[in-house]
Design a protein around this ligand. Structure first.
Ligand code: G3H
Ligand code: CA
Length: 287
């Protein structure tokens, strides 16, 4: 099944596929172990920083090997790529299912132009494309500051603008902004599900993604899935699980230099978070 088939299935059967960012090998193992345990399809994704750390060829090999070994659907996505060149490099690698061209920093015409170019390259290889029009704030870290809701609201997606962007660019997945933000914060506004419903109404044939998935209460994520979200991106909560487990293990083993001796336990701490997300997204048992 292709990524398109998977998202169509998710749409029909009312679940979402988790798109989990991969910072390092322990996080990768944690994600695919959870997906295997839950018999769930999963998407692994690499931001430009994460892809740069692994190297494009290495990460593709790692995912291709894992598909064979774990025998579960592991979709591969290039996450938040800001340039057509980076998307082109991923599309040229056999192994990618999806590329996310994030032109939200560009003016709308430039964004459409770039997204269109990526769509032409990607579709020729059977790869789907995610586009982003409205800049999603924050960053995938633990934030101490409070969110200014009035400022955040200014970046929410407008259904009419979204329709124009999607029709002119030809993208397959629209990154909707309706109260979501990258990272975790002390408090955050509720997702605007009424707005999401309007966006879905304007884009009935386009898949919708929910970025900034960390820190959003499970019930709200589930309401968003009911309203049309088929892809939920998670990064910060995995980074927290990894870091906390690493710090704990180093504290417990001050004389240990063979760090891989507790890498498995660290991966399992990440896996527990992913298993929980898979349950929330309803993708358990769908593989
Ligand atoms: O593409 C990545 C995600 O949108 C991550 O957001 O750090 O809030 O989970 P998050
Ligand atoms: Ca978040």
């Amino acid at each position: 099944m292709t990524a398109r088939d998977w998202f169509e299935k998710a749409q029909k059967e009312n679940f979402a596929i988790g798109a989990f960012n991969v910072d390092n090998l322990e996080i990768f193992k944690g994600i695919i172990t959870a997906a295997k345990n839950k018999n769930s399809p999963v998407m692994v994704e690499f931001s430009p920083g994460e892809a740069g750390y692994f190297g494009l060829k290495n990460l593709v090999d790692m995912v291709v090997n894992a598909r064979e070994e774990y025998k579960i659907p592991i979709l591969l996505n290039l996450d938040h790529s800001k340039t057509v060149q980076d998307c082109r490099a991923a599309i040229a690698q056999p192994g990618f299912d999806d590329v996310h061209f994030d032109g939200s920093h560009l003016d709308v015409e430039e964004n459409i132009k770039g997204a269109k170019e990526v769509v032409a390259l990607a579709h020729a290889k059977g790869i789907i494309v995610e586009g982003e029009l409205d800049k999603l704030g924050g960053s995938s870290e633990v934030h101490d500051e409070e969110i200014d809701e009035a400022v955040l609201r200014q970046s929410y997606s407008d259904p009419k603008r979204a329709l124009r962007f999607v029709s002119e660019s030809g993208i397959d997945i629209f990154a909707a902004v309706f109260g979501n933000i990258h990272g975790t914060f002390p408090t955050q506004p509720d997702l605007d599900i009424a707005l999401l419903t309007q966006i879905k109404g304007a884009l009935p044939d386009t898949f919708l993604s929910l970025h900034g998935g960390s820190g959003i209460p499970a019930v709200q994520v589930q309401s968003a899935i009911k309203a049309g979200i088929v892809k939920v991106n998670i990064n910060t909560e995995l980074r927290i699980a990894y870091r906390d487990a690493l710090v704990e293990k180093l504290g417990e083993n001050p004389k240990e230099y063979k760090i891989y001796s507790f890498s498995e336990e660290i991966a399992m701490a990440v896996s527990a978070v992913v298993e929980n997300k898979i349950e929330v997204f309803g993708s358990s048992g769908k593989a």
